[in-house]
Ligand binder design. Structure first.
Ligand code: CO
Length: 506
């Protein structure tokens, strides 16, 4: 910690670094909980995590931090330096939001979350929405209060205040104007695919032992550019990517011993998140906004690009099939680049969001966004959520939801009280589609380099354009700087239509 005579800016960054240490210890504890912790340790782990989050909150809302931010705002040297100005502007935004929530509200939300998560698990197991309904009602009420504390932006709505936590600068009306035309183009595309013969998954039923899959995935992820000397891959039920320090970005995946594509796609996704984290300038600025991701939507754009645009391409398979054969030998007999390319691009409506393909996935997100917005505005009673959900699944995906377990009770998000989070998944797909258009215009030989196992040109482009700036630009400004255009549904629609028209002979 610098002395009191150090400049306000140096004191500010010292506090941010100190907070990052606390945050990263909390992250390490939660990573351990998901990957290694013995089940009997959960009670004490909850205490440890609660202590860490209290310490984080104290540091985030310390009035001394507010004083330092005020002093930095007055300092022309700080304001004239782009890195320092970014850090002060973004740290101010974080501080203002953190201090707008009264402690009793934060405590009530945390307590409600842990009780509601238990209730949700039981309700989901029994497929009984009524049991979860009072908790969801309580979460909606708490989220309304939270949004009011944050304040509704001029001309906006309650939802905007929540969305700001995840996708800064984005508004619900704008999400709607992006999602509506996307839905109008995806629904006929998905319906046309449903009329065509299904594509058989050529990877199904091929026994690939999990330890061998792990070696295969480490080789693939490392070749893409995920630095495994500063990372690692572990198994979990719900895959994720977490950063525990400037040289420690870990991912997890889940395995199906009889279909290696599942773990591969999940690993490519999480490695995409990890490469973004590794591309932030954490050597110099760890803990500062300058070396923090721009938003959840931008984060998701990076995971989706490696999972979908790269990992589901023919060029990728031209390179990856021989590697798969090396690891899995006889289990790969008869597989071709074409059969794996086709198997990676199966479109089939599914009840479950996380099991869904690249095209139908977005319709799951739009449904959740609409429900959240309607619940928050009071236009949809929580009791009517299952019926609304099931109607929409029928309209958009042609599915009859058999029970709430496979319907509105499937996701953990609402039980945690997280509202405003879902749209960032599809916003990520949209950012990704747009970045993909631009990178292919600027680097026209990407396919050839993928087929040769050279992913460095793509990664270097992403590092330069998307990763390095951190939070220097708001997400939509970053998109416009990189692509020359405001965010639009069109690049993603064009990409999906052209690929799937060919794949399914539409
Ligand atoms: Co993701």
């Amino acid at each position: 910690m610098p002395t009191a005579t150090a400049s306000a800016y140096d004191q500010l960054t010292a506090r941010l670094h100190d907070r990052a240490v606390v945050d990263s210890i909390g992250t390490l504890l939660s990573w351990d909980q998901e990957t290694k912790m013995p089940p009997k340790a959960s009670g004490y782990r909850a205490k440890q995590l609660a202590m860490m989050s209290r310490m984080e909150h104290e540091r985030a809302t310390d009035p001394a931090l507010g004083d330092l931010l005020a002093a930095c705002a007055e300092d022309s040297d700080v304001q004239g330096d782009p890195v320092k100005a970014t850090n002060v502007r973004e740290a101010r935004k974080d501080y203002d939001r953190a201090t707008k929530l009264p402690t009793e509200l934060v405590v009530e939300m945390t307590e409600t979350s842990s009780l509601a998560m238990d209730a949700w698990k039981t309700a989901r197991a029994k497929s009984d929405f009524k049991e979860f309904q009072p908790w969801l009602e309580k979460h909606v009420a708490l989220n309304r209060r939270k949004a009011e504390c944050y304040g509704i932006p001029e001309g906006g709505e309650l939802y905007d205040a929540l969305l700001e936590d995840y996708e800064t600068g984005m508004r619900a009306a704008q999400v709607e104007s992006l999602f509506k035309p996307l839905r109008e183009r995806l629904t006929p595309l998905i319906a046309a695919i449903a009329d065509k013969p299904a594509i058989e998954n050529a990877a199904d039923g091929r026994a690939c032992p999990i330890p061998v899959q792990r070696e295969f995935l480490n080789e693939i992820a490392g070749a893409l550019g995920y630095d495994l000397d500063g990372g690692r891959l572990d198994p979990t039920t719900h895959p994720f990517c977490q950063t525990m320090g400037p040289k420690d970005v870990r991912i997890t995946t889940r395995y199906d011993a009889n279909n290696f594509l599942d773990a591969l796609q999940t690993t490519l996704h999480e490695a995409g998140h990890a490469m973004y984290e590794q591309g932030l300038e954490t050597d110099t600025y760890f803990g500062e906004p300058r070396a923090t991701a721009a938003s959840l939507g931008i984060h998701e754009s990076q995971s989706r690009m490696w999972e979908n645009q790269v990992g589901r391409s023919e060029a990728f398979w031209a390179w990856a099939l021989p590697i798969a054969k090396k690891h899995f030998s006889a289990a790969m007999d008869g597989l071709t680049v074409e059969s794996l390319h086709r198997s990676s691009n199966i479109v089939k409506p599914h009840f479950i969001r996380v099991e869904s393909d690249e095209a139908t996935y977005n319709l799951h997100i739009m449904l959740r966004f609409d429900i959240e917005r309607l619940m928050l505005s009071g236009d949809l009673a929580v009791a009517d959520v299952p019926a609304w959900w099931n109607d929409r699944m029928k309209t958009d995906l042609g599915l009859d939801v058999p029970d709430d377990r496979r319907g509105c009770l499937q996701d953990v998000h609402w039980s945690m009280g997280a509202m405003g989070y879902f749209p960032t998944y599809t916003l990520g797909n949209l950012y990704c589609g747009q970045f993909w258009d631009t990178v292919n215009a600027e680097l026209p030989n990407l396919d050839a380099s993928f087929a040769a196992g050279d992913f460095a040109p793509l990664l270097a482009w992403l590092r330069d354009k998307v990763h390095t700036p951190g939070r220097t630009y708001a997400p939509q400004d970053l998109c416009e700087r990189v692509t020359g255009k405001p965010l639009s549904h069109e690049p993603l629609c064009n990409y999906l239509e052209s690929k799937l028209t060919e794949m399914y002979n539409l």
